[in-house]
Design a protein around this ligand. Structure first.
Ligand code: S3P
Length: 176
């Protein structure tokens, strides 16, 4: 890893947004290696704090309680500096979340096609919103409806045909 430059020290947090399966975790790891910054995954922090899985939270408390926990956790993790914050795919839906994250961070959205998301998410059953009879159709509908929210990011990065390392390098370059 190259020595941490003044530019890196002066950079805001990098906030990764994007649909489920858009590569936030993998790209976050690469950014963490390249910058020497810690990565904070909002969902993982909620799971630790609540001592249960996201699936269980949805089942027992419902999506709206999960969304409140998500906002609470976003508020907490946003106080950090020089970190990468990886958010859940629905975090963009609340303007409050984005306002909090933007205070100390640059919002980066990873964009992936319906086919890519479907491929990446079909091998596990951890995502409550995709536990439906036709997950591909659900992805299509959700992605279309969330598109305007994802597009509000400071930087939208197309992830198709790119490795997580290339995407991370592109993000750092584009941070200017
Ligand atoms: C969600 C995405 C998930 C998780 C929850 C809801 C969403 O995170 O927060 O299942 O609404 O898109 P990932 O994007 O990390 O899968």
């Amino acid at each position: 890893m190259a020595a941490v430059s003044k530019k890196q020290r002066d950079m805001k947090n990098i906030v990764l947004t994007g649909f489920m399966g858009s590569g936030k975790t993998a790209v976050g790891r690469e950014l963490s290696h390249l910058l020497g910054w810690k990565i904070i995954d909002v969902d993982e922090e909620i799971v630790k704090a609540q001592d249960t899985s996201i699936g269980e939270l949805f089942r027992k408390l419902g999506e709206s309680v999960f969304r409140d926990l998500e906002t609470e956790m976003i508020r907490k993790v946003s106080r950090n500096r020089n970190v990468i914050i990886s958010t859940g795919g629905g975090a963009v839906l609340r303007e409050e979340n984005m306002n909090i994250l933007r205070e100390n961070g640059t919002i980066v959205c990873l964009w992936a096609s319906v086919d890519t998301v479907f491929k990446r998410t079909s091998c596990n059953d951890e995502r409550p919103l995709l536990q439906v009879e036709n997950p591909r159709q659900r992805i299509e509908e959700l992605l279309e409806c969330r598109r305007p929210f994802y597009e509000k990011a400071d930087m939208v990065v197309d992830t198709e045909e790119k490795t997580p390392l290339h995407i991370a390098e592109e993000i750092i370059k584009r941070m200017g």
